[in-house]
Design a protein around this ligand. Structure first.
Ligand SMILES: Cc1cc2nc3c(=O)[nH]c(=O)nc-3n(C[C@H](O)[C@H](O)[C@H](O)COP(=O)(O)O)c2cc1C
Length: 334
């Protein structure tokens, strides 16, 4: 019990080692810009430096997107993110592997790729895109993406979703700035600037983790810090944001339906050459009473509630690509 209390806030974590080959590095800063955790410091013309902050030894969530966007293959990650104890303990094997659909001993994606279907290729190469061109997405393309969502499977064919497509920058800005007011308060309380875990923070975040375990995982705190450093740009200057709403009274588990619908849209968008990032950071603030006026303004009405959103646009340079992922346990019952 005491251990669980100690480990609910800033739990003991092993982070992957990130190294940058200074000979290969083109000093473009794309890894710095794309990292969802604000995990690099960078001065123009210099080699980026992997960093941690606020009590995180390294600000890294192990997504390998820095490697995917690097034009010169200069970044290497070894090890995996492991939270050792407590409420946020990870249950992964720590064994990171590239896609291995044919269960080979030494999978080589370049060879495997030729045997794959277009859908598999899209699934394996899709990366969350946080670098967007300053270019609008055409209404036709957005419509195609929405159609992919509309044809997702749903429990009892309930189709418990609605979509809000925002391309008016002023509204995206307002959603960002209103959400950041709440998110900044949370992450400024959470982050541990002087390197010591304060007892009251352990008590507060431990209690919070019992009330809302999913909301107090340490990892999203790094995304909030990144957004804060980036002038509150939660949607990375994407020209379009699609909100996915669920009908709260929907059959069975409307959150699951909304998630499946979201992924349909994301894969369709990547197949069309667009880039996407699923963004949930603003969803908790958006549900708060202080945002009732904004919800009304953008058309969120009971019994609907925003589940997540997709930032969508034209990717700036190559972003999609192959990375390694952990290998969760699989039980075969034959
Ligand atoms: C439900 C959900 C919510 C997410 N919210 C955010 C977010 O708020 N901000 C962000 O930068 N990325 C967000 N992501 C993207 C994840 O960080 C990303 O999927 C993960 O790091 C794996 O990287 P990949 O998508 O490139 O494979 C979210 C993803 C999902 C599925």
């Amino acid at each position: 019990m005491l251990d669980s209390f100690k480990q609910a806030y800033m739990p003991e974590t092993t982070f992957p080692d990130r190294t940058i080959d200074t000979d290969k590095c083109s000093r473009c800063g794309r890894c710095y810009e794309t990292c969802p955790a604000g995990g690099f410091s960078w001065t123009k013309g210099e080699v980026p430096v992997p960093i941690g902050f606020g009590g995180f030894k390294q600000a890294c969530i192990n997504c390998e997107n820095c490697m995917a966007v690097c034009p010169s293959g200069a970044i290497a990650l070894s090890g995996s993110l492991t939270i050792h104890k407590g409420r946020y303990k990870t249950y992964l094997s720590g064994h990171m592997q590239p896609p291995n659909p044919f269960n080979q001993e030494h999978p080589d994606y370049a060879v495997i790729e030729k045997e794959l279907t277009e859908v598999e290729r899209m699934i394996f190469t899709r990366r969350s895109n946080r670098l967007f061109k300053d270019k609008a997405v055409s209404k036709d393309m957005i419509h195609r993406v929405l159609e992919a969502g509309r044809f997702a499977p749903s429990a009892g064919n309930g189709q418990p979703y609605q979509f809000i497509v925002i391309t008016r920058q002023a509204v995206i800005n307002e959603l960002e700035s209103r959400s950041m007011t709440v998110l900044k308060l949370l992450k400024n309380t959470y982050l541990n600037r002087n390197g010591r875990k304060k007892l009251w923070k352990s008590a507060f975040f431990s209690a919070s983790s019992y009330l809302m375990v999913n909301k107090f995982d340490p990892r999203p705190m790094t995304a909030m810090e990144k957004a804060d450093r980036n002038m509150g740009r939660i949607f990375f200057n994407a020209p379009c944001v699609i909100l996915i709403l669920k009908q709260k009274h929907g059959i069975s588990n409307p959150d699951l339906d909304a998630g499946i619908c979201t992924q349909n849209m994301v894969l369709a968008a990547h197949a069309m050459g667009l880039g996407t990032c699923i963004v949930s950071l603003p969803m908790v603030p958006l549900s708060y009473p202080i945002m009732a006026g904004f919800r009304k303004k953008i058309g969120i009405k009971h019994p609907f509630e925003a589940v997540t959103s997709i930032a969508i646009g034209h990717p700036k340079g190559k972003i999609d690509g192959i990375v390694a992922r952990d290998t969760p346990p699989v039980t075969w019952i034959e």
